[in-house]
Design a protein around this ligand. Sequence first.
Ligand code: PMP
Length: 402
Amino acid sequence: MRSTGQLEMPRSRRELIGSVIDSSTALLAEQQHDIVRFAMGAPSEDLMPLAALDEAFASTRSGRFDYGESEGEPRLREQILRLAAEAGAPTRDERIVVTTGGMQGLDLTFKLCVDPGDLVIVEAPTYSNGHATALSYGAEVVGAPTDENGLVVEVLPGIVERAGRPPRAIYTIPNFQNPTGVTLSRARKERLLELAERWGAVIIEDDPYGMLRFDGDPVPSLAEIAPDHPLLFQVRTFSKTVAPGLRTGWIDVDPATRARAIAAKQAMDTCSSVPVQHAVARFLERGALEPHLARLQPLYRERKLAMRHELARAFGDRAIATDPDGGFFLWVTFTNDLAGIDTEELFPAALAEGVAYIPGPAFTVDGSMRNALRLCFATSSPARIAEGIGRLDRAIAGANGA
Ligand code: PMP
């Protein structure tokens, strides 16, 4: 066997790692002094339920330091079942596997359902680590457009016809999508279920933000519309609702798939951290999640409104921002005389002005959407948001030679 002394990676994987570094450059930059942080998609520490988390960790009984069940601690699974029932989508223990964050849920999902060369349809734009994971298992990833009602399901048959084969999986972020903030309508969910059934395709419903609704009525989840759907993979996490450092999430899948997921998880990390699972369970048992979410609602609504207001003031009709009813993100597309902006090229100037964001191309498979960017409104106070949009305005004015 030829040895080059170097780690050989398939070309697509090397490119993929490059694309992930592009967005993490923005995240690293936020660590610098006085950068307004619109890049990272995380709750700010001042809004995390720190007292309740401290209590939960302190009260976790000692001696829980052994390996645990790969499917997760029963006590935590019980709380996950309670949350699902209270959200109107009851599920069963034999469908749940606790995961090390939503990312492990996505990794398990793509690992189980994608073979090299399989077609995977994702939203364009989409969460970069989602399509990166599909690519890492050798999928051929194709983006489908989104509008204010989420994935434009109507165009999927055309995409499939052009590809000459049905997709193996369709990856959707139905609520307050990352990066656009849009929500998939019920009518489109029904159509998506029909199409997936016709093609025998898996639907991956990745929903970290659904519980962070601050306006409007919830749209039923795919599982509510089609309970016990054998090809529906639901991926969930506590990262956005509680705290990302917990690295605790879960998947909800058909029991036969669950058995395969447990075997795959055993080979990945045996089980998620046992003491952390107990602390999260304790946090949920004492009913700390619900008041925390209720407290967040007006704050996030206020932050979104502040960001939209500041964008309109700075750019008028030269920037179109989405108007989400929840979640963390606004997606901004520059138009008119700003339509030629390249948000990747603009990025160093924005950092020099003291504001970070994630450029649009980081969320596409083909590097398109260069005149768009993602802003996280959740992390900054309204005053800080005003400061950050002012800095963005100055960076753009400078780049445009004004
Ligand atoms: N899916 C989406 C759509 C996300 O936005 C994120 C977090 N940015 C994840 C999955 C991963 O979640 P976690 O941090 O729990 O791994």
